[in-house]
Design a protein around this ligand. Structure first.
Ligand SMILES: Cc1cc2nc3c(=O)[nH]c(=O)nc-3n(C[C@H](O)[C@H](O)[C@H](O)COP(=O)(O)OP(=O)(O)OC[C@H]3O[C@@H](n4cnc5c(N)ncnc54)[C@H](O)[C@@H]3O)c2cc1C
Length: 409
């Protein structure tokens, strides 16, 4: 085998790839972090940084730096039903702590990337086009820069952190578009939406069911990140144009039109795919691992992927370090990554998938939100789902428990 240029090559410098670079670099590995974009770059997102992301940010000592960007500090969730009944679930200790941030991805990702730069060699504006194999083992990458020049780098390990359209995953033979396990969502920024608080707002408006419409305050004066999303197969079935749907809701929905009457859309409505964890995909290969969206780790109900992406970076780093210790980069030895990760988040994926199916029954959601104040257990479960403060896998969501929670007074 050729001499390795690096110990680990990480493809993609979003929150997952940058977090992985920080963990690996801190452990003394020679890391190459590559991104096709030049930072700061934007990423289409709702910008909500949930409790799970907060845990990793704490681990990386980045919470205060995110707070200093002016990101909104979130202290509650407002949920409204298709019938327009709203329930508010608030942080019981707002003076002591806050639950998460809404931080525009251009700022958030750049902050984590700048931290990664301290621990890795970084190359921006370099698109990975292919993998280099030695028999069936991945041993490096082939890339092209903005001038069309070719580059090749050899490493002991390759980590695919290149998002929902991952080239690394495709070159490893994965089919990325799987409609029942993929959502599609659009978002735009608006100035001047009325009635915003420090809560993130999830509205199960009729037009978007079985998905939801959101309003998240960004912390930038009176600005909000506004968007909607649904499963790809639901969108295909209804043949709905999400950009048009969003404009229609803002203009005509009885709950929204008053709040948006003086609001100004900034820029275009943009969309992107969300590969969901409802059917965990293959993420371990000889000499390579996938993390974040490249591994399909987005919560099937809430649509959050930053926290799971950064968590997967932490778990992957631990397993890669052990592989260096064992000097064994085989799929079998790296398999612990998938096992450990699914041990941590597999239960959540199952429960979130059940909740996602629950959304298909509109009457049940109307009923549930109406009853939400009657059942603390139910309230806590939903708060946990949206903010990820309490892992929802602690609650066994069977039709029986749901029913008991719904009828509790
Ligand atoms: C509309 C929308 C709303 C969302 N809202 C939320 C939310 O509020 N909260 C939340 O937690 N999650 C949300 N998500 C999900 C979240 O955006 C993703 O889960 C998250 O970005 C995953 O991070 P990542 O680092 O794995 O991938 P990404 O953030 O996608 O980063 C991948 C990086 O790889 C680079 N790259 C891609 N291909 C190549 C290549 N060939 N060579 C080199 N570099 C490459 C890209 O430039 C990019 O920088 C939302 C998603 C969408 C679409």
């Amino acid at each position: 085998m050729q001499q390795a240029d690096f110990d680990v090559i990480i493809v993609g410098a979003g929150p997952s790839g940058s977090a992985c670079a920080i963990y690996m670099g801190k452990a003394g590995k020679r890391v190459l972090l590559i991104d096709k974009a030049t930072f700061p770059r934007d990423k289409t997102c709702g910008d909500a940084i949930s409790g799970k992301s907060m845990a990793i940010l704490k681990d990386l000592d980045l919470v205060d730096r995110v707070a200093k960007t002016g990101a909104a500090k979130i202290n509650g969730v407002l949920i409204s039903s298709p019938k327009g009944i709203a329930a508010e679930i608030d942080n019981p200790k707002p003076d002591e702590t806050f639950l998460g941030f809404v931080c525009k991805r251009q700022m958030f990702d750049n902050l984590v990337f700048q931290e990664a730069k301290k621990h890795a060699t970084v190359m921006e504006g370099l698109a990975v086009m292919d993998l280099i194999f030695d028999n069936s083992r991945v041993v490096g990458i082939k890339a092209k820069d903005a001038k069309g020049q070719d580059h090749e780098f050899i490493s002991r390990m390759v980590v695919g952190a290149d998002g929902a359209t991952s080239v690394v995953a495709q070159k490893l033979g994965l089919e990325l578009m799987d409609p029942p396990n993929t959502s599609i969502a659009v978002r735009a920024y608006y100035d001047g939406v009325e009635g915003m608080t420090n809560r993130i707002e999830i509205h199960f408006v009729d037009e978007v069911m079985p998905g939801y419409f959101w309003i998240f305050p960004t912390g930038d004066k009176n600005e909000a990140n506004v968007g909607l999303g649904m499963l790809v197969d639901a969108r295909q079935e209804r043949n709905v144009n999400l950009v048009k749907l969003m404009d229609e809701i803002v203009e005509k929905n009885p709950l929204m039109k008053g709040r948006f009457k003086n609001a100004k859309k900034k820029g275009k409505i943009v969309g992107w795919n969300l590969p969901l964890g409802s059917k965990p995909r293959e993420m371990v290969f000889d000499g390579a691992l996938l993390i974040g969206d490249a591994a399909g780790l987005i919560d099937p109900f809430s649509g959050e992927g930053i926290g799971n992406g950064m968590l997967s970076a932490r778990v992957a780093s631990k397993v890669i370090l052990k592989a260096f210790y064992d000097n064994d980069f085989s799929k079998q030895n790296l398999g612990e990554y998938r096992d450990e990760l699914l041990k941590e988040i597999g239960g959540e994926f199952k429960n979130s998938t059940r909740l996602q199916r629950f959304l298909k029954h509109k009457w049940l959601l109307n009923f549930a939100i109406k009853r939400i104040h009657a059942s603390k257990e139910f309230r806590d479960m939903l708060a946990g789902t949206f903010i990820n403060e309490s892992p929802i896998d602690r609650i066994s969501i069977t039709p029986g428990t749901l029913w008991r929670m719904l009828i509790a007074r």
